[in-house]
Design a protein around this ligand. Structure first.
Ligand code: PEP
Ligand code: MN
Length: 351
């Protein structure tokens, strides 16, 4: 249930409504936007009469949120959420470009790649140190050693770091090093992990499971939001279909669908969605034209020798060419590529 306060409601009136919600055994989520204060009453609200709140001083409108995801819904938060990442915001006019190798392989590999993607216009650096590999015999990632290299790459380039977390036991370590916790497709419904991430205040890139519906993705986002971490970005990374000519099938539809259903930013990963270097730039362009708020792209200085996902990794030169094209499409869409220099701390409605 959503309680929209009158524009001139006093802090005491807001507090009084909050006390009523708590007395009904519900969780409170306060959203203080520029236009109005919205108080979310989250929990089993279907038996609760709306009149109970409508009569309280300072209350303007009481509305039920019809979707099963509440905090993630646009009904609850009509404006786009802006997610602060060190250096820029995701979800506004700016398009975020996260780039880097599938896996951190060595100090020189990640630093070389970081410098190259920064020069090409990336706004953040990706690199996996805990890798969810199909085979237990494949490279599993460098772990903390890889995080040390990422930290060095960050210090040299200023690029914030995006890296995948696979288990809740890695949370304390990961939040020390990374700016954005990536939850991979295989963990989208690892609810214990989502709950622990919900307790942090580190930004999250939540990837869609390869067989998950849009609604399931939003329900997973809800786990993180319900824990109090509002810094959630969603990522479409292709879904499994009958088609075998590409690794996955990019669900371009999911971009406008998500933009309609949720206020959370939507990022597209054309690398995993297509699985092939020849298709990455085309789908990256399509994503921005479809309204995505950013891209996550695999880039490797020597794709032929990459320990993971070489086939879908762009060389830095190809990445730079792609960034130029994406920048032009962004302009047509009335947007621009995120520039870390332009970062201004911004007061978030609810964070
Ligand atoms: C990755 O980003 O390297 C990755 C493993 O992605 P996904 O979880 O989408 O498969
Ligand atoms: Mn990968």
């Amino acid at each position: 249930m959503m309680i929209i306060m009158q524009a001139n409601a006093t802090p005491q009136q807001v507090e009084h409504v909050i006390e009523h919600i708590k007395a009904a055994g519900l969780a409170v989520h306060l959203s203080q936007g520029l236009e109005a204060t919205i108080i979310g009453a989250i929990g089993e609200t279907h038996n609760l009469p709306m009149e109970q709140f409508e009569g309280l001083d300072g209350v303007d409108i009481v509305q039920r949120i019809t979707q099963p995801y509440k905090l993630a819904s646009r009904q609850f938060h009509p404006e786009d959420s802006l997610i602060p990442v060190d250096g820029f915001h995701v979800g506004g006019d700016e398009i975020a470009i996260i780039a880097g190798p599938c896996s951190v392989e060595s100090r020189s590999q990640i630093i070389e790649t970081a410098i190259a993607v920064k020069e090409a216009g990336a706004s953040a650096l990706r690199g996996g140190v805990f890798k969810p590999r199909t085979s237990p015999y494949s490279f599993q990632g460098l772990g903390e050693e890889g995080l040390e290299y990422l930290a060095e790459a960050r210090a040299q380039t200023g690029l914030p770091i995006v890296a995948e977390i696979m288990s809740q036991v890695q949370v304390d370590l990961m939040v020390k090093y990374v700016d954005v916790l990536q939850v991979g497709a295989r963990n989208m419904q690892n609810f214990n992990l989502l709950r622990v991430i919900g307790e942090t205040r580190t930004a999250v890139l939540l990837k869609r499971g390869m067989s998950a519906t849009v609604e399931e993705l939003l329900m997973s986002a809800e786990y993180i939001l319900a824990g109090g971490n509002a810094r959630v970005m969603l990522c479409e990374r292709g879904i499994r279909t009958f088609e075998t000519s590409t690794r996955n099938t990019t669900d371009i539809n999911a971009i406008p669908v998500l933009k309609k259903l949720t206020h959370l930013p939507v990022i597209l990963d054309p690398s995993h969605a297509t699985g092939h270097v020849d298709y990455v730039a085309a789908i990256a362009r399509a994503a921005i034209a479809a309204g995505a708020d950013g891209l996550i792209i695999e880039v490797h200085p020597d794709p032929a020798h990459a320990v993971s996902d070489g086939k879908q990794s762009l060389r830095p030169e190809a990445f730079a060419a792609m960034v130029k094209q994406v920048g032009q499409i962004a302009q047509i869409m009335g947007r621009k590529l995120a520039a870390a220099e332009a970062y201004q701390p911004l007061k978030q409605g609810w964070a």
